[in-house]
Ligand binder design. Structure first.
Ligand code: G3H
Ligand code: 13P
Ligand code: ZN
Length: 337
């Protein structure tokens, strides 16, 4: 089956009361890890690429690797999503390349770090919704800003600096017509989210629940949702790495989110940790090896294991065959109505 739009995956997830992980990729091995995890757990799949990924791998490589994935895994509904598009132009180029879903992150200015005004965000997002929906492509918007800046996405402040205001979120959805809404509830991108296990003071699940009550039929998106498990940190540090102690978003909090309207959960850092730990282990234990396959295979396996675990705990496992994918042309007609 061809790449499918994200809207349908999230609508189905809402009906089934589960969430769908969205995993970042930059290369073939990461795509393979996700697709294998999707097959093993019979899950619908969202693969996402950031601007950094697009420039690292080049759009054409990414796109054709994803087409290969749809040919090799025809039973898995698979979405190719742009993560944190910084401008309508970035979203346009992704749509033209064949992405079936885009995020217009107008919570920040196009520099990816300066918080924007509500008016700017609405205007930029509306433009993208018009352009994307005309082609049946899904749009995710963001209101409120995530913390952290280590990967270039975030206001560079604490995750609590720009929490989403529920009233503003409702206004934003009404004015833009987005299909999914990313919200800020205290998380940040990267490994260093919390200095201890998060509590209600640092991870604002009450805010998420309030937003869900205000917008019961909007698909909510949790960014910065890696759990940063200690086991993955330990492997890296056991083999010469230097990670400082840190905490991520506990799986039980994500599951609470899923019971309250969260349909898409973004995970990148956990996979980066798994890959790096596996590679470090080979380098330390077998320093005589120099065939990249000797360390890329265990790296791919380690990432697949993380993705399988997330697919099971988010509840998407078992749901790949629940529905017939709707072609983008039909989605475009539905939006037009
Ligand atoms: O949004 C953050 C993702 O982890 C992507 O990170 O911009 O380094 O590719 P990146
Ligand atoms: P993590 O850094 O927590 O994996 O978040 C990824 C993300 O939100 C991508 O948009
Ligand atoms: Zn993000």
């Amino acid at each position: 089956m061809p790449l499918v739009c994200m809207r349908q995956l999230l609508d189905e997830a809402a009906k089934g009361g589960y969430g769908v992980g969205a995993f970042n990729v930059n290369n073939m091995e990461q795509i393979q890890a996700i697709m294998e995890a999707g097959r093993e757990t019979n899950s619908p799949v969202i693969v996402q690429a950031s601007r950094g990924a697009r420039s690292y791998a080049q759009d054409r490589y990414l796109y054709h690797l994803m087409i290969a994935a749809t040919e090799l895994y025809p039973e898995i509904p698979t979405v190719l999503h742009l993560d944190h598009g910084n401008s309508p132009e970035t979203c346009r180029s992704a749509i033209e390349m064949g992405f079936t879903s885009v995020m217009m992150d107008g919570s920040l200015m196009p520099d990816g770090k300066t918080p924007s005004s509500f008016e700017y965000n609405v205007e930029a997002t509306r433009q993208v919704v018009a352009m994307a929906h005309a082609r049946g492509v899904t749009v995710e918007g963001e209101i409120g800003c995530l913390g952290g800046i280590e990967d270039g996405h975030g206001a560079g402040l604490s995750g609590l600096a720009h929490l989403t205001d529920p009233e503003q979120a409702a206004e934003f959805v009404k004015l833009t017509g987005v299909d999914a809404l990313a919200i800020a509830i205290g998380t940040s991108h990267g490994a260093y989210k919390f200095k201890e296990k998060p509590t209600g003071a640092t991870l604002k699940m009450d805010r998420l629940i309030e937003i869900h009550h205000r917008l019961p039929s909007t698909h909510l998106v949790m960014h910065g949702s890696s759990s940063v498990p200690k086991e993955l940190q330990d492997v890296i540090n056991a083999y010469g790495g230097k990670l400082k102690p840190t905490w991520g978003v506990p799986i039980e909090e994500i599951q609470l989110g899923i019971r309250n309207g969260v349909r898409k959960i973004n995970v990148d850092t956990d996979n980066r940790l798994a890959i790096t730990g596996a590679i470090r282990k080979v380098f330390v234990e077998s320093p005589e090896k120099f065939d990249p396959r000797d360390y890329l295979k265990p790296a791919r396996e380690a990432m697949k294991k993380v993705v399988v675990e997330r697919m099971i705990s988010f509840g998407q496992a078992g749901h790949a065959g629940d529905y017939e994918p709707v072609p983008l042309s039909v989605m475009a007609q539905r939006y037009a109505q």
